[in-house]
Design a protein around this ligand. Structure first.
Ligand SMILES: Cc1ncc(COP(=O)(O)O)c(C=O)c1O
Length: 295
């Protein structure tokens, strides 16, 4: 088995992993989740991801009945089942749904949350993405506003982002950048965004309505450590158009240079020196995490 799924205490192969059609995650997107990757058997920055999972659950008033040890245990069992004796790194998705119940919006209709852990082989981005950069489009659809479903919560409601990514892919781009309801730059559909102007690194502040990425936080940390502190500010499409460099960050993508926005080259259209430096600092930080046996 190179993949395994934990569903409420049982570990099964992916093709046997099912949840009820009455599960509220299926019916309403009434769920929260985290995407992680492992290095070997260890979920990278697992603690930070579990903290964000709890934050997301609290934000939708979903009580997570499992302790950290229980969550770690479920993840550990799934990882062990998927890896077997292989040295394989894994993709992990941890999902908590509000559970199944009679149909109806009232969250009180379900009182037993479900825990699902999906472990699949980790597939890195094609090498060309890091060396040549990727194309992005600014999506017409906006990021949900904090007054609606807060973008800081990683819930099962990703349809805005799905539609934004559809638009980008239809135009031949790799990712979509999303603006907030005020027209300010927020983030990409499953990544955060950074801009570089004359060596100055800036990223939309949390007040711009983003999911504060675990990778974003690590990149901010390594930049501070290298004496290149990034500013968390309000940015707009004009800043994007005038940027010398743009890059994306996420758990599955690490640091990815963006070389065109809406078909126009960013800077000289090649991967910039600051982005290359950030990618290197980030790789060093990951290696340190691996060596130090962090959580
Ligand atoms: C909307 C959104 N923004 C940013 C990110 C990047 O977050 P992280 O670095 O924690 O993977 C994600 C991750 O999936 C996301 O869904």
């Amino acid at each position: 088995m190179d993949s395994a799924v934990y569903v409420d205490g049982r570990i099964v192969p992916p093709e046997q992993a099912t949840v009820s059609v009455f599960d509220r995650g299926f019916l309403y997107g009434d769920s929260v989740y985290e995407t992680m990757r492992t290095y070997g058997a260890r979920p990278f920055m697992g603690q930070a991801h579990l903290e964000r999972l709890r934050h997301s659950a609290a934000g939708i008033h979903l009580q997570v009945p499992w302790s950290d040890d229980e969550l770690d245990g479920a993840i550990g069992r799934t990882v062990a089942a998927a890896r077997g004796d292989s040295g394989r790194d894994l993709y992990l998705r941890v999902v908590v749904t509000r559970g199944a119940g009679p149909i109806g919006l009232d969250p009180a209709l379900a009182d037993r949350p479900s825990l699902i852990v999906i472990a699949l082989p980790y597939v890195p981005l094609p090498q060309g993405a890091a060396t040549q950069g990727v194309a992005v489009r600014i999506a017409s659809i906006r990021r949900t506003s904090p007054e609606a479903l807060a973008p800081s919560l990683k819930t099962g409601n990703y349809l805005n982002n799905v539609m934004a990514l559809r638009e980008a892919r239809a135009a031949g781009a790799f990712e979509a950048l999303m603006l907030n309801a005020r027209g300010e730059l927020a983030e990409a559909t499953t990544s955060n965004v950074f801009l570089v102007h004359g060596g100055r690194v800036r990223t939309p502040a949390t007040a711009s309505g983003i999911l504060p990425g675990v990778t974003r936080a690590l990149v901010l940390e390594v930049l501070r450590g290298a004496g290149l502190p990034a500013e968390e500010v309000t940015l707009g499409p004009d800043d994007l158009a005038s940027a010398d460099e743009v890059f994306l960050t996420s758990t599955l993508k690490d640091v990815v240079p963006v070389t065109t926005v809406d078909g126009r080259p960013v800077g000289d259209g090649r991967v910039g020196a600051v982005t290359a430096r950030v990618a290197e600092l980030y790789r060093d930080r990951v290696r340190r995490w691996i060596d130090e046996g962090g959580r």
